[in-house]
Write a protein that binds this ligand. Structure first.
Ligand SMILES: [Zn+2]
Ligand SMILES: [Zn+2]
Length: 193
């Protein structure tokens, strides 16, 4: 069963990329996935995505669904380019949100040093058993080394809607510079929680 693109017949399906409903009559990407709960070999079901969420999260499915179709999506060329980037850089679809560290306890998956409290961090998701699960953090400056590209600000803004323009500028500079935005962690007692 190939991946497909179609107009949503109802507004009931939820997007696995962002968790919100896919509006009736808008384009949706249906990724064919093995059905782990069905009896018999080769059983498959579909996971649904908004086109932009698919470009960021399931780039192969988007590209395959569009291949040979004459469908033109909103922002078509940018979506295709984002998906191609995600195929080229296999870790890119893991990039999720930008936020400030709520504690100084997490360390960066790339450099293995601590991400200081209130410092910017980029959260990651791992694809496993047909879904994405939280899988740690990176310093903004470590994204390029981990992912293979630092061109992630558009997807960060998409998955972090409350990020301000000023925040995005600071994060964008740190991504490009390849350095962490945080000063070394001050000596503080462990949080009492
Ligand atoms: Zn979505
Ligand atoms: Zn790091």
């Amino acid at each position: 069963m190939p991946h497909l693109i179609e107009r949503a017949a109802t507004g009931r399906a939820k997007c696995r990329g962002c968790g919100t409903a896919i509006a009736k009559d808008t384009w949706r990407i249906g990724e064919a996935v093995p059905n782990l709960f069905a009896d018999g070999e080769g059983a498959e079901s579909r996971h649904w995505y908004h086109p932009r969420c698919a470009a960021y999260r399931r780039p192969e499915a988007l590209l395959q669904a569009l291949d040979g179709s004459d469908i033109t999506l909103d922002g078509h060329d940018a979506l295709v380019e984002a998906a191609r980037q995600g195929v080229t850089h296999q870790r890119l679809p893991r990039v999720h949100q930008a936020g400030r560290a709520s504690s100084g306890r997490a360390s960066c998956r790339q450099c293995r040093t601590a991400i200081v409290k209130d410092g910017w961090r980029i959260s990651l998701l791992f694809w496993e058993d047909g879904r994405y699960s939280p899988a740690g953090f990176l310093h903004p400056g470590c994204v390029a080394a981990y992912v293979g590209t630092s061109d992630v600000i558009e997807r960060l803004r998409f998955f972090t809607p409350d990020l301000t323009d000023a925040d995005a500028t600071v994060i964008g500079e740190a991504l490009a510079a390849g350095v962490t935005t945080s000063a070394p962690a001050p000596e503080t007692p462990p949080a009492a929680e």
